[in-house]
Write a protein that binds this ligand. Sequence first.
Ligand SMILES: [Mg+2]
Length: 415
Amino acid sequence: MNTSRRDFIKAAAIGMAAGPALAGCTGTVAKQDAGRTGNNPIATYKAVLQRSDQRIKSVETFTNGNVSFVRIRTNDGAEGWGQISTYDADISAMIMHRKIAQHAIGKDPADIDAIVDRCIEANYKYPWSFVCRALGGLDTAMWDLLGKREGKAVCELLGGQIRPIRAYGSSMSRSIKPKSEAERLVRLREEKGYRAFKIRIGSVTGHNKDQWPGRTEEIVPTVREAIGDETALLVDGNSCYTAPKAIEVGRLLADNNVCHFEEPCPYWELEWTAKVTKAISVPVAGGEQDNDLAQWRRMIEMRAVDIVQPDILYVGGLTRALRVAAMADRKGMPCVPHSANLAMVTLFSMHMLAAIPNAGDYVEFSIEKTPWAEGLYRPALEVNDGKAGIPEGPGWGVTINPKWLESAQHQISEA
Ligand SMILES: [Mg+2]
Protein backbone atom coordinates (compact mmCIF):
# COMPACT_ATOMS: atom_id res chain seq x y z
CA MET A 1 0.00 0.00 0.00
CA ASN A 2 1.39 3.41 -0.82
CA THR A 3 2.09 5.83 2.00
CA SER A 4 -0.58 8.41 1.24
CA ARG A 5 -3.37 5.82 1.03
CA ARG A 6 -2.22 4.20 4.27
CA ASP A 7 -2.08 7.58 6.01
CA PHE A 8 -5.52 8.52 4.71
CA ILE A 9 -7.07 5.29 5.94
CA LYS A 10 -5.42 5.73 9.30
CA ALA A 11 -6.47 9.36 9.70
CA ALA A 12 -10.04 8.42 8.85
CA ALA A 13 -9.97 5.51 11.28
CA ILE A 14 -8.87 7.65 14.21
CA GLY A 15 -11.36 10.33 13.35
CA MET A 16 -8.79 12.95 12.48
CA ALA A 17 -9.69 13.36 8.81
CA ALA A 18 -12.79 14.73 7.20
CA GLY A 19 -14.80 12.31 5.13
CA PRO A 20 -16.75 9.11 5.45
CA ALA A 21 -16.11 6.60 8.17
CA LEU A 22 -14.44 3.32 7.44
CA ALA A 23 -16.99 0.56 7.15
CA GLY A 24 -16.84 -1.58 10.25
CA CYS A 25 -15.08 1.04 12.36
CA THR A 26 -17.90 3.52 12.32
CA GLY A 27 -18.05 3.72 16.10
CA THR A 28 -14.39 4.57 16.39
CA VAL A 29 -14.43 7.00 13.52
CA ALA A 30 -17.45 9.02 14.58
CA LYS A 31 -16.54 11.67 17.13
CA GLN A 32 -18.05 11.71 20.61
CA ASP A 33 -21.55 13.13 20.69
CA ALA A 34 -20.42 16.61 21.71
CA GLY A 35 -17.95 16.66 18.84
CA ARG A 36 -14.64 18.44 18.86
CA THR A 37 -15.11 21.32 21.24
CA GLY A 38 -11.86 23.24 21.04
CA ASN A 39 -11.98 23.22 24.84
CA ASN A 40 -8.63 23.52 26.59
CA PRO A 41 -9.24 21.70 29.87
CA ILE A 42 -5.97 22.73 31.50
CA ALA A 43 -6.49 26.43 30.78
CA THR A 44 -10.13 26.08 31.88
CA TYR A 45 -9.45 24.67 35.33
CA LYS A 46 -6.52 26.99 35.91
CA ALA A 47 -8.82 29.94 35.26
CA VAL A 48 -11.48 28.58 37.62
CA LEU A 49 -9.38 27.46 40.60
CA GLN A 50 -8.57 30.37 42.88
CA ARG A 51 -6.10 30.16 45.72
CA SER A 52 -7.64 30.25 49.19
CA ASP A 53 -6.77 29.67 52.84
CA GLN A 54 -7.89 26.08 52.54
CA ARG A 55 -5.08 23.70 53.52
CA ILE A 56 -4.80 19.93 53.35
CA LYS A 57 -4.74 18.63 56.90
CA SER A 58 -4.70 14.86 56.45
CA VAL A 59 -4.29 12.12 53.86
CA GLU A 60 -5.86 8.76 54.68
CA THR A 61 -5.84 5.42 52.90
CA PHE A 62 -8.42 2.63 53.23
CA THR A 63 -6.91 -0.55 51.82
CA ASN A 64 -8.34 -3.98 51.21
CA GLY A 65 -7.01 -6.45 48.64
CA ASN A 66 -6.64 -4.88 45.20
CA VAL A 67 -8.14 -1.53 46.15
CA SER A 68 -7.10 1.47 48.25
CA PHE A 69 -9.28 4.56 48.54
CA VAL A 70 -7.82 7.90 49.57
CA ARG A 71 -9.52 10.62 51.62
CA ILE A 72 -8.05 14.06 52.03
CA ARG A 73 -9.41 16.49 54.60
CA THR A 74 -8.76 20.19 54.90
CA ASN A 75 -8.57 22.70 57.75
CA ASP A 76 -12.10 23.91 56.96
CA GLY A 77 -13.66 20.45 57.15
CA ALA A 78 -13.90 19.75 53.41
CA GLU A 79 -13.01 16.34 52.06
CA GLY A 80 -12.35 14.59 48.79
CA TRP A 81 -12.13 10.95 47.76
CA GLY A 82 -9.82 9.34 45.25
CA GLN A 83 -8.35 5.94 44.55
CA ILE A 84 -4.86 4.51 44.27
CA SER A 85 -4.28 2.29 41.26
CA THR A 86 -5.54 -1.24 41.70
CA TYR A 87 -3.42 -4.32 42.48
CA ASP A 88 -0.79 -4.47 45.22
CA ALA A 89 -2.68 -1.56 46.70
CA ASP A 90 -1.04 -2.15 50.10
CA ILE A 91 2.38 -1.37 48.63
CA SER A 92 1.07 1.81 47.00
CA ALA A 93 -0.64 2.84 50.24
CA MET A 94 2.64 2.48 52.09
CA ILE A 95 4.32 4.64 49.43
CA MET A 96 1.56 7.21 49.92
CA HIS A 97 2.37 7.61 53.60
CA ARG A 98 6.15 7.29 53.28
CA LYS A 99 6.85 9.26 50.10
CA ILE A 100 3.82 11.29 48.94
CA ALA A 101 1.46 12.60 51.63
CA GLN A 102 3.99 14.96 53.23
CA HIS A 103 4.20 16.98 50.00
CA ALA A 104 0.47 17.72 50.11
CA ILE A 105 -0.13 18.37 53.80
CA GLY A 106 -0.27 22.09 54.55
CA LYS A 107 -0.86 22.96 50.88
CA ASP A 108 -3.83 24.59 49.17
CA PRO A 109 -5.42 21.90 46.94
CA ALA A 110 -5.94 24.57 44.27
CA ASP A 111 -2.14 24.33 43.78
CA ILE A 112 -2.70 20.85 42.38
CA ASP A 113 -0.14 21.15 39.57
CA ALA A 114 2.62 22.28 41.93
CA ILE A 115 1.76 19.56 44.47
CA VAL A 116 1.80 16.83 41.82
CA ASP A 117 5.09 18.06 40.38
CA ARG A 118 6.67 18.22 43.83
CA CYS A 119 5.66 14.61 44.52
CA ILE A 120 7.44 13.51 41.34
CA GLU A 121 10.54 15.64 41.81
CA ALA A 122 10.96 14.87 45.51
CA ASN A 123 11.00 11.18 44.54
CA TYR A 124 13.46 11.51 41.70
CA LYS A 125 15.50 8.63 43.14
CA TYR A 126 12.43 6.39 43.12
CA PRO A 127 10.73 7.19 39.85
CA TRP A 128 7.45 6.10 38.38
CA SER A 129 5.45 2.97 39.06
CA PHE A 130 4.52 2.91 42.75
CA VAL A 131 5.17 6.61 43.26
CA CYS A 132 2.75 7.36 40.42
CA ARG A 133 0.20 4.80 41.64
CA ALA A 134 0.12 6.43 45.06
CA LEU A 135 0.18 9.93 43.57
CA GLY A 136 -2.84 8.99 41.44
CA GLY A 137 -4.77 8.42 44.67
CA LEU A 138 -3.81 11.81 46.09
CA ASP A 139 -4.44 13.64 42.81
CA THR A 140 -7.88 12.13 42.27
CA ALA A 141 -8.86 12.92 45.89
CA MET A 142 -7.81 16.53 45.29
CA TRP A 143 -9.93 16.68 42.12
CA ASP A 144 -12.97 15.41 44.03
CA LEU A 145 -12.41 18.03 46.72
CA LEU A 146 -11.90 20.81 44.17
CA GLY A 147 -15.05 19.83 42.32
CA LYS A 148 -17.04 19.90 45.55
CA ARG A 149 -15.47 23.23 46.48
CA GLU A 150 -16.63 24.74 43.17
CA GLY A 151 -19.96 22.89 43.14
CA LYS A 152 -19.07 21.23 39.85
CA ALA A 153 -18.48 17.76 38.51
CA VAL A 154 -14.83 17.20 37.65
CA CYS A 155 -15.67 17.12 33.93
CA GLU A 156 -17.37 20.51 34.34
CA LEU A 157 -14.32 21.96 36.10
CA LEU A 158 -12.44 20.95 32.95
CA GLY A 159 -14.95 22.67 30.68
CA GLY A 160 -16.88 19.52 29.74
CA GLN A 161 -20.41 18.37 30.49
CA ILE A 162 -22.00 15.48 32.32
CA ARG A 163 -23.16 13.24 29.51
CA PRO A 164 -23.24 9.59 28.52
CA ILE A 165 -19.97 8.31 27.10
CA ARG A 166 -19.91 5.57 24.51
CA ALA A 167 -18.24 2.46 25.87
CA TYR A 168 -16.35 -0.34 24.23
CA GLY A 169 -16.72 -3.72 25.85
CA SER A 170 -13.23 -4.80 26.82
CA SER A 171 -12.39 -8.48 27.14
CA MET A 172 -9.54 -9.27 29.52
CA SER A 173 -9.45 -12.97 28.67
CA ARG A 174 -6.96 -14.96 26.67
CA SER A 175 -8.07 -18.32 28.03
CA ILE A 176 -11.43 -17.98 26.31
CA LYS A 177 -11.90 -19.95 23.10
CA PRO A 178 -12.62 -17.93 19.95
CA LYS A 179 -16.15 -19.30 19.54
CA SER A 180 -17.05 -18.60 23.16
CA GLU A 181 -15.64 -15.08 22.93
CA ALA A 182 -17.68 -14.40 19.80
CA GLU A 183 -20.84 -15.72 21.49
CA ARG A 184 -20.45 -13.61 24.61
CA LEU A 185 -19.74 -10.43 22.63
CA VAL A 186 -22.84 -10.96 20.49
CA ARG A 187 -24.87 -11.50 23.67
CA LEU A 188 -23.46 -8.31 25.24
CA ARG A 189 -24.19 -6.38 22.09
CA GLU A 190 -27.81 -7.42 22.35
CA GLU A 191 -28.09 -6.89 26.11
CA LYS A 192 -26.11 -3.68 26.56
CA GLY A 193 -26.06 -2.15 23.10
CA TYR A 194 -22.27 -2.13 22.75
CA ARG A 195 -21.12 -1.13 19.28
CA ALA A 196 -17.42 -1.79 19.86
CA PHE A 197 -15.39 -4.53 21.50
CA LYS A 198 -11.77 -5.20 22.25
CA ILE A 199 -10.34 -8.72 22.27
CA ARG A 200 -6.93 -10.10 23.22
CA ILE A 201 -4.46 -11.51 20.72
CA GLY A 202 -0.98 -13.02 21.07
CA SER A 203 0.19 -13.48 24.66
CA VAL A 204 1.40 -11.06 27.33
CA THR A 205 5.06 -10.06 26.67
CA GLY A 206 4.95 -13.23 24.63
CA HIS A 207 8.01 -13.03 22.34
CA ASN A 208 5.77 -13.70 19.32
CA LYS A 209 4.16 -16.78 20.91
CA ASP A 210 0.41 -17.03 20.78
CA GLN A 211 -1.62 -18.07 23.83
CA TRP A 212 -1.93 -21.36 21.99
CA PRO A 213 -0.95 -22.02 18.36
CA GLY A 214 -3.40 -20.50 15.91
CA ARG A 215 -5.59 -18.68 18.46
CA THR A 216 -5.02 -15.20 17.01
CA GLU A 217 -5.60 -16.33 13.42
CA GLU A 218 -8.84 -17.94 14.55
CA ILE A 219 -10.27 -15.41 16.98
CA VAL A 220 -9.98 -12.31 14.81
CA PRO A 221 -12.10 -13.52 11.86
CA THR A 222 -14.43 -15.53 14.13
CA VAL A 223 -15.31 -12.47 16.22
CA ARG A 224 -15.44 -10.16 13.22
CA GLU A 225 -17.93 -12.42 11.47
CA ALA A 226 -20.06 -12.84 14.59
CA ILE A 227 -20.35 -9.16 15.56
CA GLY A 228 -20.86 -7.94 12.01
CA ASP A 229 -19.26 -5.11 10.12
CA GLU A 230 -21.23 -2.38 11.87
CA THR A 231 -19.53 -3.15 15.21
CA ALA A 232 -16.00 -1.83 15.74
CA LEU A 233 -13.34 -4.38 16.60
CA LEU A 234 -10.26 -3.47 18.61
CA VAL A 235 -7.43 -5.81 19.62
CA ASP A 236 -4.74 -5.75 22.30
CA GLY A 237 -1.35 -7.44 21.85
CA ASN A 238 -0.08 -6.69 25.40
CA SER A 239 3.56 -6.28 24.31
CA CYS A 240 3.62 -9.62 22.46
CA TYR A 241 5.40 -9.05 19.17
CA THR A 242 8.61 -8.05 17.50
CA ALA A 243 8.11 -5.40 14.83
CA PRO A 244 8.22 -7.79 11.83
CA LYS A 245 5.72 -10.15 13.47
CA ALA A 246 3.45 -7.26 14.50
CA ILE A 247 3.46 -6.01 10.90
CA GLU A 248 2.49 -9.49 9.72
CA VAL A 249 -0.31 -9.63 12.31
CA GLY A 250 -1.30 -6.12 11.19
CA ARG A 251 -2.19 -7.53 7.78
CA LEU A 252 -4.56 -10.06 9.35
CA LEU A 253 -6.11 -7.22 11.34
CA ALA A 254 -6.50 -4.99 8.27
CA ASP A 255 -8.17 -7.85 6.39
CA ASN A 256 -10.68 -8.10 9.23
CA ASN A 257 -11.34 -4.38 9.51
CA VAL A 258 -9.80 -3.99 12.96
CA CYS A 259 -9.50 -0.32 13.87
CA HIS A 260 -7.19 -0.32 16.91
CA PHE A 261 -4.07 -2.45 17.46
CA GLU A 262 -2.98 -1.89 21.04
CA GLU A 263 0.53 -2.39 22.42
CA PRO A 264 1.78 -4.54 19.53
CA CYS A 265 5.40 -4.59 20.76
CA PRO A 266 7.01 -4.51 24.20
CA TYR A 267 5.91 -1.02 25.22
CA TRP A 268 9.40 0.14 26.15
CA GLU A 269 10.58 -0.56 22.58
CA LEU A 270 9.37 2.72 21.15
CA GLU A 271 11.31 2.32 17.91
CA TRP A 272 9.77 -1.10 17.26
CA THR A 273 6.29 0.26 17.87
CA ALA A 274 6.98 3.29 15.67
CA LYS A 275 8.07 0.96 12.87
CA VAL A 276 4.80 -0.95 13.12
CA THR A 277 2.78 2.27 13.26
CA LYS A 278 4.46 3.49 10.09
CA ALA A 279 4.03 0.19 8.24
CA ILE A 280 0.40 -0.79 8.80
CA SER A 281 -2.93 0.80 7.96
CA VAL A 282 -4.56 -0.25 11.24
CA PRO A 283 -4.18 2.52 13.85
CA VAL A 284 -1.76 1.57 16.62
CA ALA A 285 -2.63 2.47 20.21
CA GLY A 286 -0.48 2.44 23.32
CA GLY A 287 0.97 4.05 26.40
CA GLU A 288 -1.05 2.52 29.23
CA GLN A 289 2.11 1.58 31.15
CA ASP A 290 3.94 4.84 30.51
CA ASN A 291 4.14 7.23 33.42
CA ASP A 292 7.15 9.41 32.59
CA LEU A 293 5.90 12.55 30.82
CA ALA A 294 9.24 13.01 29.02
CA GLN A 295 8.87 9.51 27.61
CA TRP A 296 5.33 10.44 26.58
CA ARG A 297 6.68 13.51 24.80
CA ARG A 298 9.18 11.32 22.90
CA MET A 299 6.48 8.80 22.02
CA ILE A 300 4.22 11.50 20.65
CA GLU A 301 6.95 13.37 18.81
CA MET A 302 8.17 10.22 17.05
CA ARG A 303 4.57 9.11 16.56
CA ALA A 304 5.30 5.73 18.06
CA VAL A 305 1.52 5.26 18.21
CA ASP A 306 -1.53 6.78 16.50
CA ILE A 307 -3.79 6.77 19.58
CA VAL A 308 -2.55 7.59 23.10
CA GLN A 309 -3.83 5.62 26.09
CA PRO A 310 -2.62 7.07 29.38
CA ASP A 311 -3.97 5.24 32.42
CA ILE A 312 -5.02 7.98 34.84
CA LEU A 313 -3.90 5.99 37.86
CA TYR A 314 -0.65 4.59 36.42
CA VAL A 315 0.47 7.98 35.14
CA GLY A 316 0.02 9.70 38.52
CA GLY A 317 -3.49 11.14 38.33
CA LEU A 318 -5.80 13.20 36.18
CA THR A 319 -3.53 16.26 36.23
CA ARG A 320 -0.73 14.37 34.50
CA ALA A 321 -3.08 12.44 32.20
CA LEU A 322 -4.47 15.78 30.98
CA ARG A 323 -0.94 16.84 30.07
CA VAL A 324 -0.51 13.70 27.98
CA ALA A 325 -3.82 14.37 26.24
CA ALA A 326 -2.76 17.97 25.53
CA MET A 327 0.57 16.86 24.03
CA ALA A 328 -1.29 14.41 21.82
CA ASP A 329 -3.87 17.01 20.84
CA ARG A 330 -1.17 19.34 19.59
CA LYS A 331 -0.12 16.55 17.21
CA GLY A 332 -3.68 15.74 16.15
CA MET A 333 -3.75 12.41 18.00
CA PRO A 334 -6.82 11.10 19.83
CA CYS A 335 -6.69 10.03 23.46
CA VAL A 336 -8.49 6.93 24.74
CA PRO A 337 -7.52 6.46 28.40
CA HIS A 338 -6.76 2.95 29.59
CA SER A 339 -9.26 1.76 32.20
CA ALA A 340 -9.24 -1.98 32.58
CA ASN A 341 -11.43 -2.45 35.64
CA LEU A 342 -14.61 -1.02 37.12
CA ALA A 343 -13.06 0.43 40.24
CA MET A 344 -12.77 4.22 39.99
CA VAL A 345 -10.36 4.46 37.03
CA THR A 346 -13.16 4.02 34.48
CA LEU A 347 -15.19 6.77 36.19
CA PHE A 348 -12.16 9.10 36.14
CA SER A 349 -11.63 8.33 32.44
CA MET A 350 -15.25 9.17 31.65
CA HIS A 351 -14.90 12.61 33.25
CA MET A 352 -11.73 13.17 31.23
CA LEU A 353 -13.30 12.03 27.96
CA ALA A 354 -16.24 14.37 28.57
CA ALA A 355 -13.86 17.35 28.55
CA ILE A 356 -10.79 16.83 26.35
CA PRO A 357 -11.00 18.06 22.76
CA ASN A 358 -9.25 14.98 21.33
CA ALA A 359 -11.35 12.38 23.12
CA GLY A 360 -11.44 9.07 21.31
CA ASP A 361 -14.85 7.67 20.81
CA TYR A 362 -15.08 5.23 23.65
CA VAL A 363 -14.32 4.67 27.25
CA GLU A 364 -12.82 1.26 27.91
CA PHE A 365 -15.38 -0.73 29.92
CA SER A 366 -14.41 -4.13 31.31
CA ILE A 367 -16.84 -6.94 30.53
CA GLU A 368 -15.27 -9.36 33.04
CA LYS A 369 -16.90 -10.36 36.31
CA THR A 370 -14.58 -9.01 39.00
CA PRO A 371 -16.19 -9.36 42.44
CA TRP A 372 -13.50 -7.26 44.14
CA ALA A 373 -14.39 -4.29 41.91
CA GLU A 374 -18.13 -4.49 42.59
CA GLY A 375 -20.05 -2.47 45.17
CA LEU A 376 -17.14 -0.12 45.88
CA TYR A 377 -19.19 3.03 45.31
CA ARG A 378 -22.64 4.31 44.39
CA PRO A 379 -24.02 4.83 41.86
CA ALA A 380 -22.32 1.94 40.09
CA LEU A 381 -21.28 2.40 36.48
CA GLU A 382 -23.53 0.76 33.97
CA VAL A 383 -23.73 0.49 30.19
CA ASN A 384 -27.09 0.98 28.51
CA ASP A 385 -27.58 1.40 24.80
CA GLY A 386 -23.80 1.21 24.45
CA LYS A 387 -23.17 4.18 26.74
CA ALA A 388 -22.08 4.69 30.33
CA GLY A 389 -23.51 7.63 32.26
CA ILE A 390 -21.40 10.03 34.30
CA PRO A 391 -23.07 10.34 37.73
CA GLU A 392 -24.66 13.67 38.56
CA GLY A 393 -23.14 15.68 41.38
CA PRO A 394 -20.01 17.58 42.30
CA GLY A 395 -16.54 16.02 42.21
CA TRP A 396 -16.60 12.48 40.87
CA GLY A 397 -20.31 12.22 41.74
CA VAL A 398 -20.06 9.00 43.75
CA THR A 399 -20.15 7.88 47.39
CA ILE A 400 -17.73 5.25 48.62
CA ASN A 401 -19.44 2.24 50.20
CA PRO A 402 -19.16 2.75 54.00
CA LYS A 403 -19.35 -1.01 54.66
CA TRP A 404 -16.37 -1.58 52.43
CA LEU A 405 -14.45 1.15 54.25
CA GLU A 406 -15.17 -0.50 57.61
CA SER A 407 -13.48 -3.66 56.38
CA ALA A 408 -10.39 -1.85 55.13
CA GLN A 409 -7.05 -1.19 56.76
CA HIS A 410 -6.91 2.50 57.73
CA GLN A 411 -3.74 4.60 57.72
CA ILE A 412 -3.43 8.34 58.18
CA SER A 413 -0.78 11.00 57.62
CA GLU A 414 -1.61 14.36 59.16
CA ALA A 415 -0.19 17.70 60.04
MG1 LIG B 1 -3.87 -2.86 26.95
